[in-house]
Design a protein around this ligand. Structure first.
Ligand code: ZN
Length: 301
């Protein structure tokens, strides 16, 4: 049987898997070190698989070049992560394994995983956000993963910041108090002096967190009109954030959007990923399958 390979390449850890879907994945995980060492480790994992692997899908941290007509398609481009800027990630994997390699952002690929097997099945316009060490967003519009000029960078939108209520300047090295800068895990720790995991559910940190995240969501809901918003990542493991965010989104929209998703079924509109923390690696498998079938471009396809 033909298998697909998936790589979820994160800034701190790599997950590599082979299989065909949620029921049969074999996977390993290891820390992200230098590009040479980390990519070699992934390649070694795939070489040890006995069955033929017909294509690889990569979900990469970024920024990346996802444009198949660009000479740097498949590269991690301008990342601040030491050693990784201008790394030909997909090209290295393609040359080592001799199979076509699909390549997209970690969040676009996680969105694809949720589209194929999870909370976005049957939808054509939705977004997937992860709130953790940073805030990333991807998704589909009209059935296509969002690309355009580069790829979405939803974490870096600007939202209102009341400096009197919250004097914390923000954690983003580029913007300070952008959405990511105000809501990511390091921002919670920077503002309150202790990591989010150690703050109880009734701590004021969480109302503020929900307020900022809801401001971000309404700024995605209004221009994109997503049919669903999926929110994952370490910060969203605090399940009590969901009802707070939903209530705040309704408040901020203030009756203007009167779809059933907002007025009646918001519990099914702003949701955690159905695939848990496996959206990325499963999306990479789905991407590999699409590249193998000629439904998506890939390096060497
Ligand atoms: Zn920013």
């Amino acid at each position: 049987m033909a298998l697909y390979g998936g790589i979820e390449g994160g800034g701190t850890k790599f997950v590599c898997a082979v299989g065909t879907g949620p029921g049969d994945l074999r996977e390993i995980r290891f820390p992200t070190t230098s590009p040479e060492e980390t990519i070699a480790r992934a390649v070694t994992f795939f070489r040890q698989v006995r069955e033929p692997i017909v294509a690889i899908g990569i979900a990469s941290f970024g920024p990346i070049d996802p444009n198949p007509t660009s000479p740097t398609f498949g590269y991690v481009t301008t990342t601040p992560k030491p050693g990784w800027a201008n790394t030909d990630f997909a090209g290295e994997v393609h040359r080592a394994l001799g199979v076509p390699v699909g390549f997209d952002t970690d969040v676009n690929v996680a969105a694809l995983g949720e589209y194929r097997w999870g909370a976005a099945q049957g939808l054509d316009t939705f977004i997937y956000l992860t709130v953790g060490t940073g805030l990333g967003g991807g998704g589909m519009v009209n059935g296509r993963l969002i690309h355009g000029m580069m790829h979405p960078e939803m974490g870096h939108i600007r939202i209102p910041h009341d400096w009197q209520a919250d004097p914390y300047p923000g954690a983003c090295p580029y913007h300070g108090d952008c959405l990511e800068g105000l809501t990511c895990g390091p921002a919670i720790e920077g503002r309150w002096g202790q990591p989010g995991e150690t703050l109880p559910p009734d701590h004021p940190a969480w109302e503020l967190e929900a307020h900022y995240l809801a401001l971000g969501l309404v700024n995605f809901i209004l221009p994109l009109s997503p049919q669903r918003i999926i929110m994952g990542g370490g910060v969203m493991a605090q399940a009590h954030l969901f009802p707070r965010i939903r209530a705040r989104v309704r408040q901020l929209l203030n009756g203007y959007v009167k779809t059933p998703q907002i007025t009646e079924e918001i519990e099914e509109y702003i949701v955690p990923p159905a695939l848990g923390n496996r959206s990325g690696v499963l999306g990479a498998i789905a991407l590999a399958e699409m590249v193998a079938k000629g439904q998506m471009p890939g390096v060497g396809a």
